[in-house]
Design a protein around this ligand. Sequence first.
Ligand code: SAM
Length: 277
Amino acid sequence: MTSSERAYVLGTDQEELLRLGTQHRLWAESALRLWERAAIRPGERVLDVGCGPGFASRDLAALVGPAGAVVGVDESARFVAHFTREAASQHLDHVRALEGDVHHLPDLLRGHAPFDAAYIRWVLCFTRDTERVIRGIASALRPGGRIIIQDYFNYQGSTCLAPRAPVFDRTIEAVSRSWRDSGGDTDVMGRVPGWLLGAGFRIDHWGALQRCARPTDTMWTWPTIFWKSFLPRLVESGHLSAADKAEFDAHWARASADPAAWIALPTVFEVIATKAE
Ligand SMILES: C[S@@+](CC[C@H](N)C(=O)[O-])C[C@H]1O[C@@H](n2cnc3c(N)ncnc32)[C@H](O)[C@@H]1O
């Protein structure tokens, strides 16, 4: 296990890898809609920043086709190895992953041709110096290149179970605090427009996706698999007591069987911005 594997708050084990695959399926439609809005097209070179095991990268590869290229960057050696194996097994010769910290994009991408677009989803909420990451992406793009971001703001306020339950609210507070304690920010999208403008981007699109789910909905799976993989880590890190986790698990099991329950999922904010010509 590398040091980045140990440090990354959500972990990089097999359970998290599978969770990222399910998560991508559940959110693939909104990603595709955003890529279409940003006019990703055949022949383009796209950078997938914090690509994880490459679920979004492989969809992007289908959009840019063999005349284009997708380069993913992630600090997890395990995710990069999975990415590389999958790309090879699908004969995606125009797709590759680089292992490294997204705070060091100019070094990692030295020798690479400029990119037409960069996609970064659910990564900036984990980075310690997000302004630096955005500046690094700006330097990797050609003039007129687009940055496409999906991430959180007001995570704690927007994630609610109905009817309300104090243990749910305590758990969401613990999630948010644990990300902050490891250098992240569940409010990161609040500051992204300022950083984009400061890095010379023009903001073309700003929007929000507010999803909710009832227990019988496919989308109920998203929070369910997140609690399963992440709450044990929260107990391990001391952000959540074992008693609260047990109470939370029992409450979630009851809510999952309650046709009157529903959940407001964390709002995902999205932006498309263009680097000055
Ligand atoms: C929640 S996952 C999202 C993965 C992918 N972007 C997606 O939407 O499916 C966050 C990813 O960011 C990566 N990551 C977090 N901080 C990083 C850093 N400083 N440098 C490189 N990768 C990082 C993690 O390894 C993980 O794969």
